[in-house]
Design a protein. Structure first.
Length: 488
C-alpha cells in the first residue's frame, strides 16, 4: 500500500480530493483536503444529462491543479472516482479521455450502488460501533442509501434525486412545493421497506451543514461535526423552515453562502426520507465516499472493515506522537488494575475503564510538541484528532483526564464549558486520580512488577523495587476519598 494516496471524488456539485498518509499498517491520517465547487452537472439536467462546456472547463481546471498538489506532496497512488453527473452524461467519455491524456488521471465512473457502499464503508469504520441504521448521502445528482444490519452492509440503493437536479428541474422553474414533493415521493416509494430504520447515518454536504447549524444553534461545546448526534423530531421545524425559505431567509438562518443554492433542495430530500423511514435519531459522519474508496483499497484483505478492537485515531496519534509507548501501556495496565482494586471505594461504573485506558495511552502525546504545558498540548490533540471510533462524550472525557490528571482536583469552573457531555465531577476526579497514581508508580519509567490490594481503608502497593520517586510523588496527590496508600 502506498505511503501517500490521493482520492478524488468528482460529484455533480463539487470535486473533492483527500490525501491520506499511512503511519503504520492500517493507521493513517489526512494531510490535505481540497475542494472546488466545479458544478460539473450544472445545466446538464435540462439537456438530457449532457455536460455543458463551461462546467467541463471548470472541472478540468480543478483536476489540473489537483494534479499539481498530488505531485508536490509526492503521492504514490491516485484513485479518482466519478459519480452521478458523469454516470448520466452521454459525453462523459470524451472528458475522461482528455483528463487521462493531459493530466494522467484515470477517472473511474462508479455506479450508484457502489457509491452507496463506499459511503457506508467509510461511515462504519470511522464512527462508533453501530448495529442497525440506514446511511443517507444526498449528492448533487443522486442520493445513495445503504442498509446496515448487525453492523454489516446488507443492501444499497441509488435514487435519481439530488440537490442540483432538484434545483434545475424544479426550484429554478418556480414549481410548487407540492409538485416537488410529488416527484420526490415517486422516487422514494421505490425504496424497499427493509431500508426503514430509526437511526440515520448522515453523509454528505447537506446533512453535515445541517448538523453544523444545529451545533451553533445550541452552542455545542465541540466543533467537530463527525459523530455529532441529535433527535430528528427536535429539529423538524428547522428543516421545514429551510425547505420553505428564500435565499435571504437562508442567510438569516445561518446557512453558509456556498449552500444557498442547494440547502433547501437537500433538506427537502432529507425531510421526505426521514418521514418515510419514521427515523428518530441521526448521527453525522464526516467520512463518506472518499474515505470508503480509500478503505476498500487499504482493507481489501479484511472485508473492508477494521478489526473490532482497532481504533484508527488512537493508533494514528500514537504512531505520530507517542514517545514512551511501552511506559504508556504499563500505566494503562496499572490504572485499570487500580480501578478494579479500588472499586469498593469509588463505585464507578466499569464502562469508564475504557476512557481511563485510552487516556493512559495518550497522556504523554503532548510531549512531542513540548515539555512545558504538555498536558494542555495533549488535550488539544485529543479534542481535535481523536475523532474516529469515539463518541463526543468519550473524547471530551479522555481529553479532560489528560489535561487535568496532574492537578490536585478539577473544579466545576474548569469543566463548565463541556458539562453537557461530561459525567459527574466525582467520576472525573476519581479517574484523573487513578491515572495520576498509575503514572506516579512508574515515575522512574522502570515498569517494575507490582501487586495491588485494598483492605481496611488502605491501598497496599507491593513492589519489587524501592520506588523512591513514586513515594514522593504520591504524597503530593490529593485523594478523592479518605484512605491510606502504602508502598512495600
Amino acid at each position: 500500500m502506498a505511503k501517500r494516496t490521493a482520492i478524488i471524488d468528482i460529484g455533480s456539485n463539487s470535486a473533492r480530493m483527500a490525501i491520506f498518509e499511512k503511519s503504520s499498517r492500517f493507521a493513517f491520517h489526512l494531510i490535505n483536503e481540497t475542494k472546488s465547487r466545479v458544478r460539473i452537472g450544472e445545466g446538464a439536467y435540462n439537456y438530457g444529462g449532457i455536460l455543458q462546456e463551461p462546467a467541463l472547463k471548470r472541472a478540468f481546471s480543478a483536476l489540473e491543479e489537483f494534479s499539481y498538489i498530488i505531485h508536490s506532496l509526492k503521492c504514490q497512488k491516485t484513485i479518482c472516482i466519478a459519480t452521478s453527473a458523469l454516470r448520466d452524461a452521454p459525453n462523459a467519455s470524451a472528458f475522461i479521455a482528455k483528463v487521462k491524456d493531459e493530466l494522467n488521471i484515470h477517472i473511474k465512473i462508479i455506479q450508484g450502488m457502489q457509491e452507496a457502499y463506499y459511503g457506508a464503508v467509510g461511515s462504519l469504520n470511522y464512527l462508533i460501533p453501530i448495529d442497525n441504521a440506514v446511511t443517507i448521502d444526498i449528492g448533487g445528482g443522486s442520493t445513495e442509501l445503504a442498509r446496515i444490519e448487525h453492523g454489516k452492509i446488507v443492501d444499497t440503493i441509488s435514487l435519481n434525486i439530488g440537490t442540483v437536479r432538484l434545483k434545475e428541474l424544479y426550484f429554478d422553474k418556480r414549481k410548487s412545493l407540492e409538485e416537488i414533493r410529488a416527484f420526490l415521493d415517486k422516487e422514494i416509494q421505490s425504496i424497499p421497506e427493509q431500508f426503514a430504520s430509526s437511526m440515520i447515518i448522515g453523509i454528505g454536504g447537506t446533512l453535515r451543514s445541517l448538523s453544523k447549524m444545529i451545533m451553533e444553534k445550541i452552542n455545542y461545546p465541540i466543533k467537530t461535526v463527525h459523530g455529532f448526534e441529535y433527535a430528528i423530531e427536535e429539529y423538524h421545524s428547522l428543516v421545514n423552515t429551510i425547505v420553505t425559505s428564500d435565499v435571504l431567509d437562508l442567510k438569516n438562518l445561518g446557512v453558509r453562502k456556498d449552500r444557498y443554492d442547494t440547502m433547501r433542495e437537500g433538506c427537502f430530500i432529507f425531510q421526505e426520507l426521514y418521514q418515510r423511514f419514521n427515523a428518530k435519531h441521526l448521527i453525522t459522519s464526516g467520512a463518506g465516499v472518499r474515505e470508503g474508496a480509500y478503505l476498500c483499497d487499504l482493507l481489501r484483505s479484511c472485508h473492508h472493515r477494521f478489526s473490532p478492537n482497532f481504533k484508527l485515531s488512537l493508533r494514528s496519534l500514537k504512531d505520530r506522537f507517542s514517545i514512551y509507548e511501552k511506559d504508556d501501556l504499563y500505566v494503562k495496565r496499572i490504572a485499570t488494575q487500580l480501578f478494579d482494586v479500588l472499586k469498593p471505594l469509588h463505585n464507578i461504573d466499569s464502562s469508564y475503564k475504557f476512557e481511563l485506558s485510552i487516556a493512559s495511552e495518550l497522556s504523554n502525546i503532548g510531549l512531542k510538541l513540548g515539555f512545558y504545558q504538555s498536558n494542555l498540548h495533549g488535550f488539544y490533540f485529543v479534542i481535535n484528532n481523536l475523532n474516529y471510533g469515539f463518541s463526543h462524550k468519550q473524547k471530551i472525557l479522555i481529553a479532560m483526564l489528560i489535561k487535568y490528571h496532574t492537578k490536585k482536583i478539577i473544579s466545576y469552573e474548569e469543566m463548565d464549558a463541556y458539562k453537557t457531555l461530561l459525567p459527574d465531577i466525582t467520576i472525573i476526579n476519581w479517574l484523573g486520580f487513578l491515572l495520576a497514581l498509575a503514572k506516579a508508580i512508574n515515575r522512574d519509567l522502570g515498569r517494575g512488577k507490582i501487586t495491588l490490594s485494598y483492605e481496611n481503608h488502605t491501598l497496599c502497593i507491593n513492589a519489587e523495587k524501592n520506588l523512591f520517586l513514586a513515594k514522593e510523588t504520591i504524597k503530593q496527590l490529593l485523594k478523592p476519598a479518605s484512605f491510606a496508600i502504602i508502598i512495600k
